[in-house]
Design a protein around this ligand. Sequence first.
Ligand code: 26Q
Length: 746
Amino acid sequence: MFNEYFEKTKGKPLSTASDRDIYESLLSFTASHMQERGYNAGKKKLYYISAEFLIGKLLSSNLINLGLYGAVAEELKSVGKSLADIESIEPEPSLGNGGLGRLAACFMDSAATLGLPADGVGLCYHCGLFAQKFKDNKQTEQPDYWIEDKNWLNRTDTQYAVKFKDFTLQSRLYDLTVTGYGNKSNRLRLFDAETVSESIIKDGIAFDKKDVDSNLTLFLYPDDSDDNGKKLRVYQQYFMVSCAAQLILDEAVERGSNLHDLADFAVVQINDTHPAMVIPELVRLLTERGIDFTEAAGIVRNVCAYTNHTILAEALEKWPVKYLEEAVPEIMQITRRLDLMVKGADETCAIVQGDLVHMAHLAIHFSFSVNGVAALHTEILKNVELKKFYDLYPDKFNNKTNGITFRRWLIGANPDLTELIRSLTGDGFLTDADRLKDLAMYENDTDVLSALDTIKTKNKLRLKEFLMKKEGVVLREDSIFDIQAKRLHEYKRQQLNALYIIKKYLDIKDGKYPDRHLTFIFAAKAAPSYVMAKDIIHLILCLSKLVAADPVASKYMTVVMIENYNVSVAEKLIPACDISEQISLASKEASGTGNMKFMLNGAVTLGTLDGANVEIADFVGKDNIYIFGKSAKEVIDLYKSGRYNPRALYSKNADIRRAVDFISDTAMLKIGDGTSLRRLQSDLINKDYFMALLDFEDYSKTKDKAFADYEDRAAWARKTLVNISKARYFSSDRTVSEYNREIWKL
Ligand code: 26Q
């Protein structure tokens, strides 16, 4: 079919075309197969507002969902072309930082697949998350342009005026069709500012932060380390929610709402606090359209639902009153009036406190639903972090454990495993993840277990080839692949993993060799202004150089840090993984979703009882997961007591001391930057806010056990089978169905 289409539209045969020609033609071919459906039909509709949609490349995902992937791949193969090569041409839209943005993308896929009327609403950033480049073993940042002349965006005629204090910006809406499995589509509605200009980007990702009309939608989350950065974030957020609110009201009226009954026509899911200003903005627009303030506030409360994605206090947004007054004084005024409506005895629940606006408080008071993203996370919100709010509104709080779309993370990323599951259980699992249950009966089937092992090796070979081209490193497919791929953050504790690697290295230097070659893979970006995170990257890159240059150590281990981790890299890494590192300090990771992707692809988790790891452990049972470390409760109590003392651990425990001391060993200083290495070392000894030293011993012991267990190949394959089968619960189809049944009611 594509063959014909190409010849007809391009006037030449496919066999003589360049990959770029084919890629561009595939864009329009694919788009022409997407079914138009009445996007503003029906009554109630969901608006999922999010500052991030980490959608990743769309070509193969769209082809899969349209049911065209296999046929197109075959056609291309028959003329000597490879769909994989053509996919690699597509620039990746990295319109998100990590989990929260990727979750939004998975939800769009699932909502479309389930046939739910749901729009995603966000910003059309000209540059996605910065491109990471390593220089002198350190991270540097480059702008990441992703919009080429031929792209997936549909420019629309929809425009809104967004009024700031001193000026008004004109927006334009770009729609992106989100194809669900079986060609049921929804739309991602991305707003851009007409005045934005890429010419103001200078020197990496620097730009004039005061030049708001030229820079508003240039970047995803501009650096917020200085005041101008923070202000810009306020401008961005207001721009996003004002466009969203205008769109929501216009469409609801078109569907027959008189606005008093808005809650029957629209539900707004607020993805973390970033879009929380939609609350005062909706109130403003409703009053502008003649509804009185108190009624408007009540309507908005019945329309909005809020998802919390974080427990870290420093990630909870609090905006200085003066920023809001400077950018959007009317919104500040409305926020104060909303605050007065909820003023009770407890000052700590107030929205405006001193000179700060607490965005989470605004979102909780004026939503009808507040949810956490994993069972443990929701319990911590209810009983610790947001206890006062839970006491006020017990009925609002609910849990929705995260999920991932199996279309991208299984069918797309792991075609061989998909085929094996299909041959064993039939096609049902593609739309009904529960069918993965049927895999369980093969637990003792040696053919199936060895097929799983063969597939893993094949995926390792694929990764090997990819990394050979991308980084020039050579992996060994007979090695154990131990992978930690996620944003770089102290609470995720890549430093703990690095300390283990140092220990292994020193053991090898002492003549204690592992049974098998070990491959430690990291992939992570650090926020550009996050010094400690960058220090950890530096440590890992130095270790990787140290090991590579050591003739003995390199025989037993390899350390790789992959540059520029993004969705496409994840799709290559995850299917090749044996051990999935999910080692956050218990109580700190709200859920995690990488943990789900890895298990679905037959990796065994090495993790703490944190976030969704708790549910993973419950499902797979203790023989099929490696759990270590202090519990969330112990950690929370330890913080409360203020008694954590890393220096005491360092002094007492020789293993810890040996590993920590090595960070500034002369061998390391020869490779790395002493200031950075010493800063990290001193932080570990004196602060260690995320308690890496506390869990080090248990982590080492448990990791050694996992490596030892790997040698019983049949038993290991059984573990991977159980993990794949139990991953069914973590389908985002299940998550989105729960949101719909209990919150959206579409
Ligand atoms: C806040 C203020 C100023 C600037 C930036 C931010 C900011 C930006 C991004 C705060 C938070 C984020 C992203 C958070 C995030 O990705 N959270 C993750 O959400 C996942 C989906 O629910 C969870 O699985 C992860 O556990 C959680 O860390």
